[in-house]
Design a protein around this ligand. Sequence first.
Ligand code: NOJ
Length: 793
Amino acid sequence: MLSHILLLAVWPLLGALAISPNNTGISRSWSEAQQLASEFSARLTLTEKAFLATGWILGPCDGNIAPIPRLNFSGMCLHDGPAGIRVADLATLFPAGVTTGATWDRDLMYARGLAMGEEFREKGSHVILGPVAGPLGRHPLGGRNWEGFAVDPYLSGIAMEETIRGHQDAGVQACAKHYIGNEQETERSSVITNGIETAAISANIDDRTLHELYLWPFANSVKAGTASVMCSYNRLNQTYACAHDRTLNEILKGELGFQGYVMSDWFATHSGVDSVNGGLDMTMPGPLSQGEAQTLNLSAIPFHEIPSWFGTNLTTAVNNGSVSEARLDDMVLRIMTPYYLLGQDQDFPSVDPSNAWLYYVSYGLAQLNPAIPVARDVRADHGALVREIAAAGTVLLKNEQSILPIRNVTNIVVFGNDAPDTSDGLYFLGPITDPSRPLGAKYGTLAVGGGSGAGRTSDLVSPLRAIRERGYRDGFRTQYITNNDLLAGNNLTSIFPLPDVCLVFLKTFSTEGWDRLSLENDWNSTLAVENVAALCSNRTVVVTHSSGVNTLPWDDKVAAIVAAHYPGEQAGNSIVDVLWGDVNPSGHLPYTIPKNESDYDFPIVNITGPDALNSDAWQEDFTEGLFIDYRHFDAHNITPLYSFGHGLSYTTFDISSDAQVSWIAQNLSALPTPATTSTPGGNSELWGGVLNITTTISNTGSVAGAAVPQLYVSLPTRQDGGAPSGTPRSVLRGFEKVKLEAGQSIPVTFSLMRRDISFWSVEEQEWRVPQGDLQLDLGFSFGDIRASVTTQI
Ligand code: NOJ
């Protein structure tokens, strides 16, 4: 247990409470920043260089790089996570990645990234440990899928790009994570049992699948200039991802031209020399031992005395030649260039002093104390943005007899344990700290999942609270039963009179460290819905707050279903906006909803019994190649319940059938011209526009709304020169969010880049454009194609 005395030992180094200055708006080029970084590096001792690459202490931020006062360098603060500052007071809990992905709205993705970046900066955090593109979502039960945006690499890639630009425009470094293959939580990292270490699971992914699926959104991240990339816990093709020469050196830094630094996930480093030479630039969380810290007159907390693989081990490795000094210099340059690029050397706010305490308190390592300073309030008006994004990421799955939006009601009943205020407080880290509760808290709305992607809320608006407030305003009464045990037991006798509409709020908890056990919503949800639907025939509306894929076995028994994902702190307000029609729903599924759990065939690898201690046994073979989610359903002719990309509105839309194709590139070569310089994102020709397709989108209903037309591309496969076997029939390669007044029509153009119509040729180690007929399908979901056109490549 840490004492306050230990905390105070760290305290003076954190700097005094500062008034947060505005972003200095510094504008430096990469080469100017690199020049400053190399001047800084030239003044460092070998030990200082090694410590810059090694986490220092645990807390006050999730990751900390030690200060070097003689050079006026105050260190670096790295904070979780992808939905807002995880451990802080008076910060905003934003909608989760999956919710943001479900908006299909580039502007909102950017706005969220920017607002989040502003908060991190004002709290004194140099690095945001996010956004997330891995897991991508191979397993629908994967515990962390919701932290990322979508199971489709194209949608995920756009969301990564917009988010990273937003973060870094606010002056904070982004960290695209987890690279790569961290698709399940079970055995995600090595486990020590009775002193014997069993290795983490090995994700075994072939080169083509890696490039076209799991690497794709990371390529967008590098293109967007992400300062850092976090390597993941798992092994990849038998080698730990944080020591993986092929994926770190050859692909990330070589092929993709990544100029920033690779940081390890927490305790994901399993070697020193091999990892450094394999491409790892920073190990987290370190931490430096007390002895190491003292060599630079630093305090350290003796909380974790497992020696880090870096620190003085790194100086030894350089001194004995197993790591070259040039390699260490490159690490320093990679770490410091983004710092200068974003102007973090000038007027950067100090770490909010309240943070240190909250960090330790949240882990049960310190007590709350009246001396804890009041937190800096960095929320600004971000609550309004959270509300807007959450509503925009809410997907109307079905709406029979237009039961929604709710109109002219006098009496509503709210059912379900997801509806009320949370019983367990405003911060729930989840099974990482409390494995006895794999379903999270029993009572209370679920605004976000668990683990490092969670977040504290300073205020959380529950659906029940927001609906009652709406009722006071609109003159309807609100009854409720929030105990799912009563609902499952069909004990609904307290309800009188019978309502005009029954709203059932369900939740699906999902968390880092655990994979989900079932695709159904939690807490006896099926019985709960069936019993309510029997009472409230034809007028039951189900709302889910879920991490993503669910089965909905009661689908045909209810009038409407709304997937509201993890909405963040304005949960109640955003769902009321949609249910009452103040906001016309425009969210679309960033994954597929199956009819049956067995329709998905991607079981989590779980080994029990004696073999669980055998490292060789933990193998996760990605034999399905490119066929995950909708590509899997399509290839196996499985009809989903709701297709990837599906989402209804209170109005209707159409796409004209006469789409126009115009080639930008004439005589497109099959391979791009080899790149002569290394640019972030890789060969710039891959990102160049080659083809435009223009169509007209119309609002054919009677209210304003936003459509999400989607472009799916089928590469030529059957002809000579076509894409090889293993190519999905059709994949997403474009989307737009189009706002339309009732009756309005507007032209929309989709632009395809060379990468969009290429496949990864393993033999040539290059993106190749296949020859033959290219089919372009336009629709409102993968299963709702309204217009098709074929053009010759
Ligand atoms: C482990 C998680 O995998 C990672 O996402 C997070 O940033 C670190 N812990 C720090 O909390």
